[in-house]
Design a protein around this ligand. Structure first.
Ligand code: ATP
Ligand code: MG
Length: 588
């Protein structure tokens, strides 16, 4: 295809509150630092699962802002929980970010890689924790987990100070060092921050002496067995941001109540000489909630482990690997993220918005082709046996420069089962046989001839197995004679002797309920039994050459992609990306 298609990946910049903040900061020179861009963001996934469309939103926001303001976006693995993290997840996350169209490789003169791991900072994180202890801002708590939970209080009810809260700093330091040296079991001690004397009665539960280091005798996917204490997310994240000179630390709204700790920690550490001002600032936006999917990692894992879907990359999954396999384009996902904007109010985006973006992106890009998905034999009784006539059709109706495709028409064709009715409904303009003294219907075989239905054959079970017709040799599309025929029906077809057999997987939404897990509902009760249907189809000759991930519009049906795993040259397998029109009906 030619390259001059509209570039939907770079839509015009719509204002939003984050852009306003960044533009104000740029105008004020808030982050002018030698050798550094003025906008540095980061995408901080935990390598404990596959990325989903919600993460795509965060990726598009963070990498997108960096792109739009000539900044930089770091990919940072937030790998502080050794028990759940694996290299496999690191690899797939990197693949998915690249596939979405973003890159953390250096484009600036500094030549530094913008790929980071929180685990690279373990030494610094540890040193800062020792500092906090010696400065009186942290202590080792030796309460049991139960006591700690009980003394934390509740929403609306103040907590109680730990009996270890005022233990001498030296004692805490010695204990912390012993924790690091492996002298205790998991859970025996924990390092907690002390933001203020009365922090345990803070109305914000997150500020009640939050844990900052815990003992975990676990193998880490990068640091191996070097550590048996690991920093907590709320402690690691602000420090990682500051070490990477992040300017705008953008996250989802649930972290709003964590921001006071974020600010306190960086303020305290910069007063201690660890960081220069200005330190990073956190900004929250509302997460992407798409209807008809679930995005909880636990629920997605359940779908995979209980074999409700065929793996993380099942084309029904809202994971990025699943969407990719289905044939979704990164440009459409980017467009959806841009179009749904960035706000601070929670809401739901209907899945049809994403489908609309797919159609919009694919329409100009996808070459046209023909597929008969539920084949029924059509026999043109007056067409000479063994002969064929060449037909032509545009590769793309809006771009003549893409040229023409050719395919033969012959006596026996495949048509769609539902393009024939024994007894037509009112307003049915496709094939139906003569009834009483009325002749059978006339329709145009797209790019071919006008035909008139003359009859049909049934098998012993009463199933229609072939439709008969005659054709009008002077009616061929593109010839003068064609103008003499006015017909209402227009059908696609493929010539039986040259049609390419293919498995086509018709995917639909995974759930029938727009909010399958809202309010604690059992999301598995809302599974859509029609989310995957496999048909043996007949395709236009040439489709057997499709490369994995090559996308087509199958006329009248929708957009389809050659499956990137199962499709092979000569033995194509196609996935339905999206239908041509929004025809989704909620389950009755
Ligand atoms: P976990 O419960 O394991 O932390 P998570 O979905 O938050 O799950 P992370 O790997 O921590 O997974 O997420 C990386 C980033 O993606 C975070 O900054 C998070 O806020 C963001 N993110 C996750 N889900 C969404 C969503 N639906 N919309 C926007 N951003 C999201
Ligand atoms: Mg998270």
């Amino acid at each position: 295809m030619s390259n001059d298609k509209p570039n939907t990946a770079a839509p015009a910049l719509a204002p939003n509150f984050l852009r306003n903040i960044i533009e104000a900061d740029l105008a004020a020179g808030a982050h002018v630092r030698p050798g550094l861009p003025q906008v540095i963001t980061r995408f901080p996934p935990e390598p404990n699962g596959y990325l989903h469309v919600g993460h795509a939103k965060s990726i598009c926001v963070n990498f997108g802002l960096a792109r739009d303001y000539a900044g930089q976006c770091n990919l940072r693995f937030d790998d502080t929980n050794p028990a759940k993290e694996e290299q496999e997840y690191v690899d797939t996350i990197m693949d998915s970010v690249k596939w979405l169209g973003f890159d953390w490789e250096p484009k600036h003169a500094d030549g530094q890689s913008h790929l980071h791991y929180a685990s690279d900072y373990f030494d610094q994180l540890y040193a800062m924790a020792e500092y906090l202890i010696t400065a009186g801002f942290a202590y080792v708590d030796s309460q049991s987990a139960e006591d700690m939970a009980a003394n934390r209080g509740n929403f609306g009810q103040a907590g109680k100070n730990s009996p270890f809260r005022d233990r001498p700093r030296d004692e805490s330091l010695a204990l912390f060092r012993a924790m690091k040296a492996g002298q205790f079991k998991d859970g025996e001690h924990i390092l907690r921050a002390k933001m203020s004397e009365d922090a345990m009665s803070s109305p914000n539960m997150n500020l009640r002496d939050p844990a900052i280091y815990r003992i975990r005798h676990a193998h880490h996917h990068r640091t191996g067995d070097a550590w048996c204490i690991y920093p907590m997310y709320d402690y690691t994240h602000p420090i990682s941001d500051a070490l990477e000179n992040i300017t705008h630390s953008i996250c989802t709204l649930e972290f709003q109540d964590h921001r006071p700790f974020y600010d306190w920690l960086l303020e305290t550490l910069s007063a201690g000489g660890f960081f220069a001002k200005p330190v990073p600032h956190q900004y929250e936006f509302s997460r992407l909630n798409l209807t008809y999917i679930v995005t909880s990692k636990r629920k997605l894992r359940q779908l995979v482990e209980e074999k409700i879907v065929d793996g993380w990359d099942d084309p029904r999954m809202p994971t990025l690997v699943g969407m990719r396999r289905r044939g979704y384009t990164p440009e459409a996902i980017q467009l959806m993220c841009e179009r749904t904007g960035v706000t601070k109010s929670d809401g739901w985006i209907d899945y049809s918005v994403l489908e609309g973006c797919l159609r919009e992106d694919l329409d100009p890009k996808a070459p046209r082709s023909v597929a008969v998905l539920r084949p029924l034999k059509l026999i043109i009784d007056n067409f000479p046996e063994g002969e064929s006539v060449e037909c032509t059709a545009p590769v793309h109706p809006h771009f003549p420069e893409c040229g023409l495709r050719t395919f033969p028409i012959s006596r026996e064709l495949w048509i769609e089962e539902d393009d024939f009715m024994e007894v037509p409904n009112k307003g049915y303009f496709r094939l139906y046989p003569p009834i009483d003294d009325k002749p059978g219907s006339r329709v145009r075989l797209r790019y071919g001839y006008v035909i008139e239905c003359t009859g049909y054959d049934k098998d012993e079970n009463g199933k229609v197995i072939a439709v008969h017709c005659t054709y009008f040799p002077d009616s061929k599309s593109g010839t003068e004679g064609s103008a003499n025929y006015k017909v209402k029906g227009n059908m696609h077809w493929v010539s039986a002797p040259t049609a390419i057999p293919a498995e086509v997987r018709l995917y639909d939404r995974l759930f029938t309920d727009p909010q399958p897990d809202a309010g604690g509902k059992d999301f598995k009760l809302a599974l859509n039994p029609l989310a995957k249907e496999v048909v043996q189809a007949w395709l236009e000759p040439g489709a057997e050459l499709a490369q994995p991930e090559e996308r087509f519009q199958f006329e009248r049906h929708g957009y389809f992609a050659a499956d990137r795993v199962d499709s092979q040259p000569g033995k194509p397998v196609f996935n339905r990306i999206v239908t041509l029109k929004d025809s989704w009906q909620p389950a009755k």
